[in-house]
Write a protein that binds this ligand. Structure first.
Ligand SMILES: [Zn+2]
Ligand SMILES: [Zn+2]
Length: 258
């Protein structure tokens, strides 16, 4: 008799759990996008619009987003030059390149519906993406398309950036003003995929990155998952710097004029 009662109450209890689960799953499925690789298109547009800073002009047309910026940092750097209110002396023995820092005319287009390219194109010298403050993102290469060397490493500021020919300031590394050992959104690359700091949103370093430094997983901005890049968790040439992006684009790159 006692056993029977216990069984009944267990069954009732399980029934309640099942009912609760059904209710939860129903309400979730109404809000969540379908399992099929959701069109991230509206989401990408929203994330771009809500995360790019005011100095970046965002416009959309069909499946294309255009970002325009002057490409100058909104933060302190030695590259502003002594006397500028945003001048910050280099530290730790870093120097500056002879280059100044000049207003640019950046126009980057990306698709709102990025997908994996069948043939991956290598990133090349020059802008490969745009950070949230409108500064250009470069890969790990310098003039002549050679890897940043120890000498060039001494020219980077605390933001992981420096200025090149034409006063074009750009980031090769993560840093104080974008992301530093965290999971912050840094910007988007020309192929429409976002790039984040070294960590995933749960605070761990991703362990399944592909050879282009990305993987499909949930991020704070894309809870249902998206392909995204991470800055490298390995210090570059044993320096204090961590490369934002090396290798190829995962998708197909859009234009970046400057
Ligand atoms: Zn450079
Ligand atoms: Zn990730």
């Amino acid at each position: 008799m006692k056993d029977f009662k216990n069984k009944r109450s267990t069954i009732t209890y399980l029934g309640l759990i099942a009912t609760a689960l059904t209710m939860v799953s129903c309400s979730t499925s109404e809000d969540a996008s379908p399992e099929t690789e959701v069109s991230t298109s509206s989401t990408i547009t929203e994330v771009v619009k809500s995360n790019y800073k005011s100095m970046v002009t965002v416009s959309t047309s069909g499946t294309s987003i255009t970002l325009k910026s002057q490409g100058i940092p909104d933060h302190k750097t030695a590259y502003w030059g002594v006397g500028n209110s945003l001048y910050e002396a280099q530290v730790n023995g870093q120097t500056v390149t002879p280059g100044s820092l000049t207003t640019q005319n950046f126009v980057m287009t990306l698709t709102t519906n990025p997908s994996e390219a069948s043939t991956k194109e290598a990133t090349s010298l020059g802008p490969i993406g745009m950070a949230l403050n409108g500064v250009a993102i470069y890969n790990d290469r310098e003039g002549g398309n050679v890897a940043v060397d120890a000498g060039t490493l001494t020219t980077f500021d605390l933001g992981g950036g420096h200025s090149g020919p034409g006063g074009l300031y750009h980031y090769h590394f993560d840093g104080k003003y974008t992301s530093y050992d965290d999971a912050k959104l840094i910007g988007f690359l020309r192929d429409g995929f976002p790039i984040y700091g070294r960590k995933d949103k749960d605070g761990t370093y991703p362990s399944n990155l592909d050879s282009n430094g990305g993987h499909v997983a949930a991020t704070a901005d894309f809870p249902s998952g998206i392909y995204h890049y991470h800055s490298s968790k390995t210090s570059y040439l044993n320096s204090a710097f961590y490369v934002l992006k090396s290798g190829s684009y995962h998708g197909t790159k859009g234009t970046f004029t400057f």
